[in-house]
Write a protein that binds this ligand. Structure first.
Ligand SMILES: C[S@@+](CC[C@H](N)C(=O)[O-])C[C@H]1O[C@@H](n2cnc3c(N)ncnc32)[C@H](O)[C@@H]1O
Length: 216
């Protein structure tokens, strides 16, 4: 296991929006319905054969990566996130689970990877943390590091469902985070604009959270 930190990153929205809430991020996810079942569904949608190089862009506290390595021990699992403290939690978690994961402290708009270096990219609950003018740039960067034929799963707010609860929640979120592109259904359009092909909606989850897939 390795954590690579080249520079301190500022100007990003941390996992639980405020740093002091980070210790409660994992339990908050479980209480809101984004626990193991949610991660399990994402892993199923990834459709891995088990030997891929996979990047979790905005991996946060590393829950998805750790589960991935448990299920597919031979994948090369790399996580990237600008939040050093979240990466520390991810590192402890993977250590506890004996999962060999490489962690990079960086942002999605400028990733320290070669062109065409991943078979699969997954990014869950990150898109609404990216500033409006940073979303397209970040998607283009994902496309750059994905190998031709590779796929990206982007999981984030889509148009709200069930309507009332989702609408209230997304309104609440929009007070703090740039969520509009998601709830207004513009993620597929942005993925296509970035250069992804065969963009489709794989599944809807709670509160309108949607799994989008696109290919290079
Ligand atoms: C709500 S958390 C989701 C974490 C994890 N993917 C999950 O599903 O639990 C959003 C994550 O996006 C990260 N983030 C914020 N801005 C980012 C950026 N520009 N590039 C990459 N990650 C970013 C945050 O640090 C945080 O870990």
């Amino acid at each position: 296991m390795e954590t690579i930190i080249k520079e301190k990153i500022k100007n990003y929205i941390p996992p639980a929006h405020w740093d002091f809430l980070l210790p409660f991020y994992d339990i908050g996810c479980v209480l809101l319905g984004f626990g193991k079942n949610f991660r399990w569904r994402i892993i199923q949608h990834l459709g891995l054969c088990g030997t891929e190089r996979i990047l979790d862009a905005g991996c946060g506290t590393g829950t998805l990566l750790t589960m991935l390595k448990e299920i597919h021990p031979s994948v090369v699992a790399v996580g990237l996130d600008p939040d050093e403290k979240a990466l520390q939690i991810a590192s402890h978690k993977s250590h506890r689970n004996n999962a060999n994961i490489i962690l990079h402290c960086s942002t999605m708009d400028n990733m320290p990877f070669e062109n065409n270096s991943y078979d699969v990219i997954v990014s869950s609950l990150v898109f609404h943390h990216l500033q409006k003018d940073n979303k397209l740039v970040s998607l283009k960067e994902c496309l750059r590091v994905l190998r031709p034929g590779g796929r990206m799963l982007l999981v984030d707010f889509g148009p709200p469902r069930p309507y009332i609860v989702a609408r209230i929640l997304s309104r609440l979120f929009s007070l703090f985070e740039p969520i509009e592109d998601g709830v207004e259904g513009r993620i597929p359009e942005l993925m296509l604009k970035a250069g992804f092909s065969k963009v489709n909606e794989d599944e809807k989850y709670l509160y309108g959270i949607t799994i989008y897939k696109g290919y290079k």
